[in-house]
Design a protein around this ligand. Sequence first.
Ligand SMILES: *Cc1c(COP(=O)(O)O)cnc(C)c1O
Length: 351
Amino acid sequence: MAKNHIELQSDTQTRPTPAMREAMASAEVGDEQGFNDPTVNALTERVAELFGKERAVFLPSGTMCNQISAAVHCGPGDEIIAERSAHIIGVEAGGASVLARAAPHPIDGERGVFTAEQAEAAIRFPSRYAPRSRVISIEQTANLVGGTVWPLDTVRQIVGVAQDHGLKMHMDGARVLNAVVASGVSAKDYAQGFDSVWVDLSKGLGCPVGAVLAGSSDFIDQAWRWKQRVGGSMRQAGIIAAAGVYALDHHVERLAEDHANAKLLATCLASVPGLGVEPAHVDTNIVIIDVSASGSDAPTWSQRLGEEGVRLSPIGLNTLRALTHLDVTRKEVEQAAEIFKRLGEGELAAA
Ligand SMILES: *Cc1c(COP(=O)(O)O)cnc(C)c1O
């Protein structure tokens, strides 16, 4: 089905390509929860290998990967240390407090990235009075602050801190492959020392649904109990896993195009009066646009852009977020930038 707008709202808006649908239609399938679906098995082996972990489990969503990891790692009253903007803190309906009965411990990082010193300072001194610090979670890339890539050095230092204090390391790797393509660091190197790590298939990889969580064999056994408990066990899931296998073969290297398109968008928007955009801060496929110096707020911008055929969402009163992905061409990015320019110099200009 053709779309009649430029879709910059999210990389979740991609639709499966004809070739991906072909792979799904011809997938060999079996009973996933009996470990008898060959396509799911191929996908999970592939992702375990990608991250250098013993095993992996296929789950319906990235949110479930975060939630199940929290539930395996934490007991009631434990704390999860994460950056304040993290999805596990602010975009999962407080799930970690419900399922794991764990509390978030937010750290203010720099564009979503905190330091090993900050992580160490957030760990509580063991005491009867204090919650127990249990997990340090990092989000690679950091989504709501603009797709920042965590430097490998920082990641390694934080893993060292966690090991010194007996904490678990968790990676929300929803867009870890964007980080891999942008930095040239392998997924295995990023995941070294992590107790749990996952990748989303339904973001830049372009699959309709699914995420894969990896870790030690023991961790995955425990994750399976939670998958069963929360209703995440599936049947002939090879139909959707086939999209994941296809995406790992065909949609990883091309993420570089999305990054180039995001950079192009940021560069064009930086010259529009009233828009605050930092092209140098665009590491991957996410562009943050501050409209506070223009004549309108972000919801108004979003509405007017929508009427002009450019779809994207406000993420704050004065902030818009644009994402590039496989359903956005370079030409569409240029067209979108033109529309921003027309509005920014015209009806949405500061008085
Ligand atoms: C999208 C996203 C999630 C959740 O993944 P779903 O598949 O949408 O449940 C978690 N973390 C980050 C950083 C994300 O961008």
